[in-house]
Design a protein around this ligand. Structure first.
Ligand code: NAP
Length: 322
């Protein structure tokens, strides 16, 4: 079968990413839907295909914590004749609530996986984006210190370099602070990307949005927490969602509910030209004050290109979206 377009969902094998891929595959049997993460323990693509009686979802392994492997993913991609990419859904994300952990490249892991790996994937796949392609970034309301987020630490962006290579006092930051800062980085980078796309390649019509799925108890996000917290998160809290909405805050959902909103940002006609915006579920809202700070956006953008580009040729390609 020849497909018209491709949609890539990172972290599309379980929870929010899985249901998002399912929504898109159902709505667009003429698209190739690629779910990518390190493992596919639950055979996500096969399950989606069986459920829909289709064959348009495939799994391609991806490890965002290893930049060589991200490059290898794209090299393999280039060898295949996949259709142009209609949407990149940057959804994979992890939390490391314990002490400082680092990727094989020596980056703090949360920042490395949630931001840096995705940024490299974007730059390397940019040439394969269809006209009017969409980049959708799963962030989190927890990036915003002024929002009620159920006791998460407050994000404080100092510099990309400090997030990448914590020193001094930040070496002992709690893992959840690193998480909320990586989610702020997602939005800062999304806004930085949006401004540059509009300035440098307006004719390509590529749009960028960031997304908060709300609290989704029961997902794998708590996999690194202690046994007691995991038990509560996986077995108790999902049963209490209506109560949590009343006593905590309304933005609590099952992953399949948030997936409808995430899929909409990738394929919904009503948000086709929305770019440089932040959505909480279906609603477009303001992100945190810090996220609009262009000095911070530019610091992150510059650090990311400086860190990722191999030589001047690649830097030029990354900056000019070639
Ligand atoms: N759950 C919540 O309450 C909540 C709230 C706000 C925002 N979010 C955001 O929603 C997104 C999805 O989270 P979720 O709750 O659905 O979590 P999840 O169940 O843990 O799913 C995360 C996905 O990311 C993949 N992943 C993790 N590390 C990866 C890596 N190094 N390379 C490639 N893929 C990787 C995982 O697969 P592998 O481990 O097999 O690689 C999995 O498919 C995340 O960005 C998260 O920050 C979640």
């Amino acid at each position: 079968m020849t497909y018209q377009r491709t949609i890539i969902v990172t972290g599309g094998t379980v929870s929010l990413g899985y249901y998002t891929a399912l929504e898109i595959a159902k709505a667009h049997p003429e698209y190739l839907v690629v779910v990518s993460s390190r493992t596919d323990r639950e055979h996500a693509a096969d399950t989606i295909n069986k459920k829909l009686g289709q064959t348009n979802t495939i799994y391609i392994p991806l490890d965002l914590s290893n930049l060589q492997k991200v490059r290898a993913y794209v090299r393999d991609w280039e060898k295949k004749d996949y259709p142009p990419i209609q949407a990149l859904i940057f959804n994979a994300g992890l939390q490391f609530p314990g002490g400082l952990t680092k990727t094989v490249d020596g980056l703090e892991s949360t920042f490395g996986i949630n931001h840096v790996g995705h940024a490299l994937l974007f730059h390397l796949l940019c040439a394969y984006l269809a006209p009017k392609a969409r980049v959708v970034i799963t962030s989190s309301g927890t990036h915003d210190p002024d929002q009620e987020t159920g006791g998460m630490p407050k994000a404080n962006y100092v510099s990309a370099e400090l997030l990448a290579h914590p020193t001094g006092a930040t070496v002992n930051d709690p893992g959840r602070k690193r998480y909320v800062e990586s989610k702020l980085a997602n939005i800062l980078w999304g806004y930085a990307l949006d401004r540059r796309l509009k300035q440098r390649v307006p004719d390509r019509g590529i749009t960028v949005t960031s997304f908060d799925p709300g609290l989704m108890p029961g997902t794998g996000l708590a996999r690194e927490t202690n046994a007691f917290e995991r038990f509560i998160w996986i077995y108790i809290l999902p049963k209490l969602i209506p109560l949590l909405r009343t006593v905590l805050f309304p933005n609590v959902h099952r992953p399949q509910e948030s997936a409808v909103a995430l899929a909409r940002l990738a394929i919904g006609l009503d948000v086709e030209d929305e770019s440089g915006k932040y959505f909480e579920g279906l609603k477009q809202i303001k992100s945190s004050k810090d996220s609009y700070d262009e000095t911070k956006q530019d610091d992150l953008w510059k650090w990311t290109v400086d860190y990722l580009a191999k030589g001047n040729g690649e830097r030029e390609r990354f900056e000019q979206f070639k």
